[in-house]
Every structure is written in C-alpha cells, then in structure tokens.
Design a protein around this ligand. Structure first.
Ligand SMILES: NC(=O)C1=CN([C@@H]2O[C@H](COP(=O)(O)OP(=O)(O)OC[C@H]3O[C@@H](n4cnc5c(N)ncnc54)[C@H](OP(=O)(O)O)[C@@H]3O)[C@@H](O)[C@H]2O)C=CC1
Ligand SMILES: CC(=O)N[C@@H](CCC(=O)OP(=O)(O)O)C(=O)O
Length: 311
C-alpha cells in the first residue's frame, strides 16, 4: 500500500485531493490535524515517511517542504508554481506530448501543471509542433476562472459578498503562468495573457483568438490536428470545428460545465469566411487544472489505472 502525504491537505486543492483519494484500498493517507498544518517538525516527519508527497502549498512553503525531504525514495508532486520550469523536475502534464507519461513515471520530482497553463498549452503545443502556428507568433490569451483559483483568501472574499461579479486582473501582464506556458508550448514570443475571475466557484475558459493570416493552414486543419493529437486521450476531448452542442441558450459557452471532472475540452471555432478563429479550452480549474491532474500524476507514478479516483 502506498503511503501518501498531502502537505497543505486543509487548503482548497489539498482538501479536494484528500476527498478523492479517501477510501482507496491501494493508498494509506498520512495526515496532520488542522492545528499542526504549519508545524515544521510534524511535516518533516510525514514528508520523510511517505512514498509520495503532494504539495498543495504556496510556492515558498513548497520549496521549504522539498528542502526537508531526506528520504531518497520519497517522490514529490508539487501543485505550486515553484518548480514548473526547473530542468530538474518533470512537467506533470500527461497529455503534453508522446512520452511524457514515461518521464513522469520515472521521476521523483513532478511539477503539476498550472490551471491556465493546462488550457493554454493544450491549445498551443499541437498546432505549433505541427507547424500550423509559427513558433514566433505574437499571440493573445484570454482567461476566466472560478474564484476557487485564488485559494482560501479569494474564496472568503467572494463568499462574504465583498468580491466582484467579474473582474480582470494581472494587468501588469506578467501572470505567474506565463513562463511555463511559453516554455512548454514552444512559443518564442511571450504571449499577452489577460486573466479574469467571476463569481462562480469552479470552472475555467481560456481563449486564443487568431487571424487566419497568422496560420499556415485552415481552421479545419487546426481542428483535425487536435483530433489526431488527442485521439487516444481519456481526459482531453477535442471537439469538431464549430461544435454547437456545447453552447446553451442559443450561443453561450458556460465556464462551469466541467466542474468536478478531470476533463479538458478543446473547442475550435471559426467565422464563416474562415478569416477569424477562436480556439478555446474549457476545464475545471480545481479539477484537471489542479487536484485532478495531481491525482492523474499520482496514478501514473503508482502504475495503477490512470483514471482511479477521477471518474
Ligand atoms: N486553487 C486552484 O485552483 C489552484 C491552486 N494551485 C496551487 O496549489 C497550491 C495551493 O493552493 P490552494 O489550495 O488554492 O491554496 P489555499 O490557500 O486554499 O491552501 C493552502 C494551504 O497551505 C497551508 N499553508 C500555507 N503556508 C503554509 C506553510 N508555510 N506551511 C504549511 N502549510 C501552509 C494553508 O494553511 P493556512 O490555512 O494556515 O493558510 C492552507 O491550508 C498553490 O501553490 C496554488 O498556486 C494550483 C492549481 C490551481
Ligand atoms: C483566480 C485566481 O486567482 N487564479 C490564480 C491561478 C490559480 C493558481 O493558483 O494556479 P497555479 O497554482 O496553478 O499556479 C491566479 O491567477 O494566480
């Protein structure tokens, strides 16, 4: 039985992982009571007793936890941003490219992909690697997230009625996910990324608007590229060009539809002339964007069914 310790188990991401793993016969969850969650002494003990540690902490605390691990057999899945472009860590996005699962399985240091980054890279990497979008393209990404993406602090603001129904943020245009988006999608130019948050707990949309003149191919070729790239994936569903059945009330694409799932949808749309496109990824920021992908990475590490606790 694998011993798993979730450091940060009482936070938003950690709690959801703990709930999903509870009751698994192949896993023993090592746990600290709420009042000991910040105790260095108790965390150190469990960090070294576990076969796999899942870090659901702010970046600085995640770095501290890694520094406390002396057991060479302890594997780490870090849900924070701290190690996502670190060459000593494997990027924990199973669907990134062929062979990524093998890299995850062979590693003891896995950096779980960020929520907006999951969506952005899922859109960008296939079309850059297949030459449909030049790697030096100057692109824009627009995102909207449920408020759980801001952790306990933002949840408290929104649920106490002091938050906004909808707001843009990160107007300094240097959101923390940009380095990993650029590195793992293969973009040579830093994108302009405009995230926003709405008054709903979970759900996420990321849109990549494009002019056909930026592409080496048609909208149909883009859709075909996604269909073949993700053909064998259980959790990434590439939809046909201009899919209408995901739209509600005559044309709205809701952000929340995939909440509580580990599914990511890739949805390409184009105007009638084919001159303008918008490529959209939809997921649960806390699911495939955080706790779901952490569990998927854990399942890959343990060599069990990749969908265990996720369906
Ligand atoms: N929420 C999301 O959608 C996503 C989150 N992530 C990442 O996951 C990580 C956790 O985020 P999230 O769950 O949202 O955050 P929360 O703020 O909800 O939870 C963080 C938890 O970590 C605890 N903690 C904070 N500092 C320390 C410390 N020094 N030692 C021990 N425990 C500590 C907190 O305790 P206390 O209550 O005392 O503050 C809290 O229980 C972050 O790095 C975040 O970027 C990744 C993808 C998406
Ligand atoms: C709504 C909101 O505030 N979202 C967070 C992203 C969620 C998160 O913490 O993501 P990672 O840990 O994957 O980096 C933000 O934009 O910073």
């Amino acid at each position: 039985m694998a011993r798993i310790f979730i450091d940060g188990e009482h936070g938003t991401t950690g709690l959801q992982i703990a709930e999903r793993l509870a009751g698994r016969s192949d896993i023993e969850l090592l746990s600290l009571p709420l009042e000991r969650r910040r105790s260095v002494e108790h965390r150190r003990e469990l960090l070294n007793a576990a076969d796999v540690v899942i870090l659901c902490l702010p970046d600085d605390a995640a770095i501290e936890s890694v520094s406390m691990i002396e057991n060479a057999n302890t594997a780490v899945i870090d849900a924070s941003t701290a190690h996502r472009i670190n060459p000593d860590w494997v990027y924990g996005f199973a669907e990134l490219a062929p062979g990524q699962r093998d890299k995850i399985r062979a590693s003891k240091r896995i950096a779980n992909v960020g929520c907006y980054a999951t969506a952005s890279i899922a859109l960008l990497r296939p079309i850059i690697e297949s030459g449909l979008l030049p790697a030096d393209a100057a692109i824009n990404l627009i995102g909207v997230s449920g408020y759980s993406g801001g952790g306990k602090a933002l949840i408290e603001v929104q649920e106490s009625g002091q938050g906004d129904p909808f707001a843009f943020y990160a107007l300094g245009l240097s959101h923390k996910h940009l380095p990993e988006i650029q590195m793992w999608s293969g973009l040579q130019t830093k994108p302009v990324f405009l995230p926003s948050v709405g008054h709903f707990p979970t759900g996420m949309l990321v849109a990549l608007p494009l002019h056909a003149s930026q592409l080496n191919g048609s909208a149909q070729q883009i859709a075909d590229c996604y269909a073949s790239w993700y053909a064998n994936e259980r959790f990434v569903h590439a939809k046909p060009l201009n899919t209408q059945d995901v739209l509600v009330r005559g044309g709205f694409l809701p952000a929340q539809t995939l909440s509580n799932t580990n599914v990511l949808e890739v949805l390409p749309y184009a105007s009638a002339s084919g001159e303008e496109l918008v490529l959209i990824a939809r997921l649960d920021n806390l699911g495939k964007g955080a706790s779901g992908s952490a569990i998927q990475n854990l399942n890959i590490l343990l060599g069990c069914d990749e969908a265990a606790s996720l369906e």
